[in-house]
Design a protein around this ligand. Sequence first.
Ligand SMILES: [Zn+2]
Length: 194
Amino acid sequence: MQHVEICGIGLDDYLIRMEEFHGYRSPGMLLGGFMIDHGLAQLDPTPYLNLVVETVVCLPDAVQLLTPCTFGNGFMQVLDWGKFAITAYDRESLAGIRVWLDQDKLSGYPSIRSWFERTGRPREKPPFEELAQEILSARPELIHHQPVRLLRSLKDASPVPTGRCPGCGESYPLHFGKFCPACSNQAYYRPDTG
Ligand SMILES: [Zn+2]
């Protein structure tokens, strides 16, 4: 394979780190890595980097592996839109670069298309090596970007007022209402008393 770097990491190294972090070699992590690399190359260097990802699948892990922005530190925001796109932006200036894939170009890359549009049956999924080769040659054509301006910083800096839930006695953000989400019929568990 040709020598390729993703955010300063050699491709082979990235694939190893991907397996360690994400659990397996994933086309979405590879393509996502190239999208992040592309977006950051277009963005003016900033100590106030934020990343928005528009899907919960693959892309958030690529961001957390390749940038200082994580879910937990609040510098990565994850939108559950199911769109394979990211925006890298400066949270001070709100200047950003949005990166997405050109759907019209997918027809030239049958393996990527089958993976991306989930048209193949699971058993017919193209092997990773095949997809990776196609991604390597397709990326200049597939990956598009546009300068954007954020309407506001998505990192919430204001303190969240909290209080104790009269139902369970635990602390929770008061914007949920009189009771915490779990005590307002949104619980995802029940006490297991055996
Ligand atoms: Zn409660």
